[in-house]
Ligand binder design. Structure first.
Ligand code: ADP
Ligand code: MG
Length: 480
């Protein structure tokens, strides 16, 4: 009985010290869930909810833990972990990506012990066959498949590597991870999802998950808030093929990168496939941890380039065929010739031609096409609204759009507000006065000041410059 009291008391004292040394959030996330279970020969055993949890503690808090325990129990004190293993019956509960959640309540597998010293090499206890049956929504759209993906010189390597990945068992190719990179609208998302769809067809019993990296980040932030980081991790560890789109948005998000690193390792070590997309080659990704970048190099990085004229024609013809429409050859060539930058714009042009044709019940000839394409290109710069810009910026900063109109001087709100004004000035034709109005009735001098502040920061702060560029791209991308 005395012993029971002692190990609990020791841990309570340790927690007091730890609490003063870590942030509130970290304390809640990483220390509250720990249970003290044994004190024997000056070895304190603490129980943690998962393997991941244990790795995280080892990586981030091991010296704090050691010091604290030595302070409480003397220099020869040691620490041991006990890791709780989830029971496979948790899979009875179907899970979707929006709500990672597992039943960690009643049924537990036997516990495994992991002494402190072997931190990096313990086999992961989550490989329980039953767990794989969890019903995870893949988030794939069926319209993105290999049939609808036109092959050209611009994408040959990426396409064939992607195809190989989707026809072999997970992790069986050397392309792990497969990193697909290239500019906006060149087919990264299409190809990445095609891989997922094809893989699912070939391996119906395996789990595929597609997630845009900003969604991944938001899920992680929510998990932190809700104290469900473990569920989040478990969820991702169940997947056989993990596709993360637009990993450049993980830049400068240290904690998210950390968690992604662990998930990546776990999946890779267990022979699962990773497919990542990025708007630039991994070596040019800034604000990314070196160890992540080095992981990306393990597999294959393949690029998607701007399609040449012939490929652009082939893409247009494929879309027309899919939609059951015909256009004169010269019109198709005109479009392919004039819209060169990306495939998304190419499709946009085609859609506006069709819209016009069906509205006016006319055949599209070259003259009409010329007019429409001219208008189409113009309307691109007209369509963004200040509201839309505010929405995009707020998503980026993870704040409520209403905040931009309030008086608050919180740093990140001020920054989001200034940046929105700056983008509104560059992307819309609104006057400074009109812009100010959209931000809770601020006057034009405030707008000028904000634009200057943003420009100064762009000129002096490389990271900021990059994130502004990303946002600009995002805005442009969604306009078309
Ligand atoms: P990214 O993710 O690189 O910005 P997307 O994958 O969203 O680009 O592609 C933009 C649009 O172009 C999508 O509608 C996609 O279906 C189409 N597209 C891209 N590449 C091809 C291709 N090779 N063949 C047919 N359609 C393509
Ligand atoms: Mg994309």
């Amino acid at each position: 009985m005395a012993e029971v009291i002692q190990y609990e008391e020791v841990w309570v004292n340790c927690l007091k010290i730890i609490k003063d040394n870590v942030s509130d959030q970290s304390f809640k996330t990483w220390f509250i869930p720990i249970k003290s279970v044994k004190l024997d020969n000056n070895v304190l055993t603490i129980q943690v909810p998962s393997q991941f949890f244990y790795e995280w503690l080892e990586e981030h808090y091991v010296s704090l833990l050691r010091k604290t325990i030595k302070r409480e129990l003397g220099d020869d004190a040691r620490l041991e972990y006990r890791i709780v293993v989830e029971n496979s019956s948790a899979s009875a509960r179907p899970t979707t990506i929006n709500l990672p959640n597992y039943n960690n309540g009643n049924s537990k597998n036997p516990e495994v012990h992991a002494p402190l010293v072997v931190s990096n090499n313990i086999k992961n206890p989550f490989i329980i066959p039953g767990l794989k049956k969890v019903n995870i929504e893949s988030n794939l759209s069926h319209i993105y498949n290999f049939d609808s993906f036109v092959e050209g010189d611009c994408n040959r390597l990426s396409r064939s590597a992607g195809y190989a990945v989707s026809t072999k068992p997970p992790g069986a190719t050397a392309f792990n991870p497969l990193v697909l990179y290239g500019g906006v609208g060149l087919g990264k998302t299409h190809l990445a999802q095609a891989i997922g769809n094809e893989f699912r067809q070939n391996f119906p019993n395996k789990t595929v998950l597609y997630v845009p990296s900003d969604k991944f980040t938001n899920q992680f932030i929510d998990a932190l808030k809700n104290n469900s980081v473990n569920d989040f991790i478990h969820f991702y560890q169940l997947v056989d093929v993990l596709i993360v789109d637009d990993i450049q948005f993980l830049a400068n998000k240290d904690k998210t990168q950390d968690i992604f690193f662990h998930i990546f390792n776990h999946l890779h070590q267990n022979g699962k496939q990773l497919v990542l997309t990025s708007d630039r080659p991994p070596r040019d990704l800034e604000g990314m941890e070196e160890r992540l970048l080095s992981r990306f190099k393990w597999g294959l990085s393949a690029d998607l380039q701007t399609p040449d004229f012939e490929t652009r024609i082939a893409i247009l013809e494929k879309k027309m065929y899919a939609d059951g429409i015909e256009l004169p050859r010269e019109v198709v060539e005109f479009v392919a010739y004039n819209i060169q930058t990306n495939i998304r714009e190419l499709e946009g042009a085609l859609i506006s031609l069709l819209a016009q044709a069906s509205l006016n019940k006319t055949e599209i000839d070259l003259d009409i096409a010329k007019k429409i394409i001219k208008n189409f290109v113009k309307s691109v710069s007209r369509e963004v609204s200040i509201d839309y810009i505010q929405k995009m910026v707020c998503e980026h900063f993870n704040i409520q759009p209403d905040k931009l109109k309030e008086k608050t001087r919180k740093r990140h709100v001020v920054q989001a507000r200034q940046l929105s004004m700056f983008l509104a000035k560059n992307f819309t034709k609104n006057s400074l006065k009109a812009i100010g109005k959209h931000f809770g009735g601020r006057d034009h001098s405030t707008v000028i000041h904000s634009c200057q502040a943003v420009q100064n920061q762009i000129d002096t702060d490389q990271d900021f410059n990059e994130s502004v560029k990303d946002l600009q791209k995002k805005i442009q991308m969604s306009i078309t």
